[in-house]
Design a protein around this ligand. Structure first.
Ligand SMILES: [Zn+2]
Length: 206
């Protein structure tokens, strides 16, 4: 038996062999019917193995591309992954505290903990300021100092101010950002980390 699922190693949806599956079902005459499938699946391209949990009930309907109501299921996978995300920092040696916050932020995004993810992104900007020995009373001013000291460009400073606000909204107002927004902010922060710590001209010959 096969299923089509995303394979984080192949980086795309592939055919998976269902190695084992357990199904719980419920509901009946007076109750909504539901089913929860637990399966171990193996990618037919690279043999990567994942655990998949898939839940659906009769209220879970949505419109498809041609406007018809169709049932959908909530699927989650273990180990968790971010679809279409490419790890950018693994080949660089970056300061340990920045690396740690980055890893925790990634885990928060993978598990859809977007409030924590926004706070994590803001913490990375704080950590970058600390690494650069910038001591100002708040993060807004620290970003301005990073700019004034030529560590970041004007464009980067503008983007970091937006990430600072994103973190503030999350921490003080519990306002949840969208996943798209968080992924965009993650991309900005990762490029900044590479610019600051990852690239070196030592090995580059003219
Ligand atoms: Zn694969």
């Amino acid at each position: 038996m096969d299923s089509i699922d995303y394979c984080p190693k192949c980086g795309l949806k592939t055919n998976h062999e269902i190695l084992s599956e357990e199904i719980s079902k419920g509901g009946g005459d007076y109750e909504p019917s539901w089913s929860h499938k637990y399966s171990i699946i193996k990618c037919k391209g690279c043999n990567n193995i994942q655990f998949k949990s898939s839940y659906g009930d009769e209220f879970m309907e949505k419109l498809n591309q041609v406007g018809e109501l169709v049932y959908y299921r909530n699927d989650s996978y273990y180990p968790s992954f971010l679809e279409n995300y490419r790890e950018k920092l693994e080949n660089y040696s970056i300061p340990k505290n920045i690396e740690n916050i980055h890893l925790e932020t990634l885990e928060a995004i993978k598990s859809n903990s977007l409030l924590l993810a926004a706070a994590g992104l803001r913490m990375i900007v704080e950590a970058i300021s600390k690494e650069n020995n910038i001591k100002r009373e708040n993060l807004e001013k620290k970003i301005i100092t990073l700019l004034n000291e030529g560590k970041i460009t004007e464009k980067e400073a503008e983007r970091l101010q937006v990430i600072r606000l994103l973190g503030n909204e999350s921490v003080h107002k519990m306002t949840r950002s969208t996943k798209e927004n968080i992924l965009l902010a993650l991309d900005i922060v990762e490029h900044l980390i590479i610019n600051l710590y990852g690239l070196s001209s030592e090995n580059l010959k003219p």
